[in-house]
Structure formats: C-alpha cells, structure tokens
Design a protein around this ligand. Structure first.
Ligand code: ZN
Length: 243
C-alpha cells in the first residue's frame, strides 16, 4: 500500500494539488493520511476538503478544523488565525462542516498512530522537543507515530530509551525496522522552516519505508486567492518566506 502522508493543508489548494501530482508521479496513491488542519489561514477550505475526499483517507482533526466546525472556540487562537477561522466558517457547505465535525482526534492503522498535536494533547501540543517526544513515546502503543501542527519537518527516534532528534530533508528515508519514531513530515500548506516548498511524505507499507519529500507549488496563485478573500496580509506574505 502506498500512502500519502500530509499535514496542515490550511486551505492551500495549489499546494495540495502540487503534492498529490508529485506523489502520483511515483505511482498510484492508495490512501491519504492527513494529520489535521485541512482548513484555516487559506482561501480554499471547501475545495481542499473535496479534493482530499476524492481519495480514500484517514484524516485527524486539527485545532483549526475543530474551530471551523464550531467544536472549540476561537479565543485560544491568535487574532490573525481567529480572523481566518471566522471567514472560513462562511465558506463551508453544511456537508463540509459536518465532515469536519466528524473527524477523530487520533487514529491507529497498521503500525502507526496518527494525531495532530501529541498523544498528551492531541489538539494543541507542538511536538518539537525530545522531552515531549519522550512523553509521547510513553503513550504510544504502536512503533510509529505521525503528527502535524508545528508545520516543521522533525522526527524523534527512541533508540533503546535514548531520544534522538532528526530534521528530515527532501529525500530522507526512514526504514520501518522496529526502531520507534514520532515524525512530522512538515506543513503542506504553510511551511515554517524557512523553505517555502510544500512538505509531504510517502509511506510504502510493502517496502517498509517512509520517505520525506518537498515540492514547489504556485505560491503566487495561492496568495492571489487569499488577497481576493481579504485574508490578513501577514498570512499571505509568510508563504513567500516559508516561515
Ligand atoms: Zn496548522
């Protein structure tokens, strides 16, 4: 099975299309695993939901998805994120809102646990430190865990109780050889590591490998759509910088 692993689409349709096209260049995608935040920040939330749902997928709820679905309030969001969520709510069809409302906060499939933040706090934790990775490993009942939320490609491996961190680059491969890890492939729709290219990963369950990838997308097109929607300028400009 060939699974496309993505996180933090954030209503960036051009990025989602570019990632799917690049993934399909290497062969058919059997399934998509999406680690949350399909919507928020960007200008095409409904289109992203529909494109994602044109593939078999397991999608986890992110904080922006929960807020757009009205399950959590916007008071814990910064003002720009809150403004984008308020706008997003006006853009969704009842079916799209219902789909967001039904998303689970964790999902276990094969040897993997999927969660947006961490297994300590599925919605809000930024899993960026070895100490939080250790907390996560204690709650992880599968060898491997995939997360989103920080928009940063980063991974932690549990080498006989010692936590090692690693920043996966384009082309980095993790072999599924029993060494436990928790990994974030990075942000698809709003990368924050200083590289504006979209992040994704390809999991090949037959070959037992997870490959981290980057791909260029039409940043200007996404920014033009955001300008048309009068979304906050900072959210538009940061896509050029990838942070
Ligand atoms: Zn996000």
């Amino acid at each position: 099975m060939r699974i496309l692993v993505i996180a933090d689409i954030h209503a960036n349709l051009a990025a989602l299309k570019a990632v799917i096209a690049e993934a399909e260049r290497g062969g058919a995608i059997d399934r998509i695993w999406c680690l949350g935040d399909v919507v928020g920040y960007g200008a095409e939330p409904g289109e992203c939901i529909d494109l994602l749902n044109s593939y078999p997928n397991d999608t986890i709820a992110g904080n922006h998805d929960l807020a757009a679905a009205g399950i959590i309030g916007i008071e814990d969001f910064n003002p720009l994120a809150a403004a984008a969520i308020t706008w997003t709510k006006t853009q969704l069809s009842p079916e799209q809102e219902e789909w967001l409302r039904g998303l689970p906060q964790t999902h276990v499939e094969h040897d993997f646990t999927l969660v947006h933040g961490s297994l300590r706090d599925p919605v809000w934790d930024y899993l960026l430190s070895p100490s939080l990775a250790e907390v996560n490993f204690r709650r992880q009942n599968t060898p491997y865990c995939l997360v989103g939320h920080s928009h940063m490609p980063i991974a932690f491996k549990d080498i006989d109780g010692r936590i090692e961190s690693e920043v996966p680059a384009d082309g980095t491969v993790f072999d599924l050889d029993g060494v436990s890890f928790v990994a974030n492939a990075g942000g698809l729709g709003q990368p924050r590591d200083g590289d504006k290219r979209s992040c994704f990963a390809i999991l090949d369950t037959d070959a037992g490998r997870l490959e981290f990838r980057r791909v260029e997308y039409d940043v200007e097109l996404t920014q033009a759509k955001m300008r048309e929607a009068h979304l906050p300028p900072h959210l538009i400009e940061r896509l050029s910088r990838g942070r």
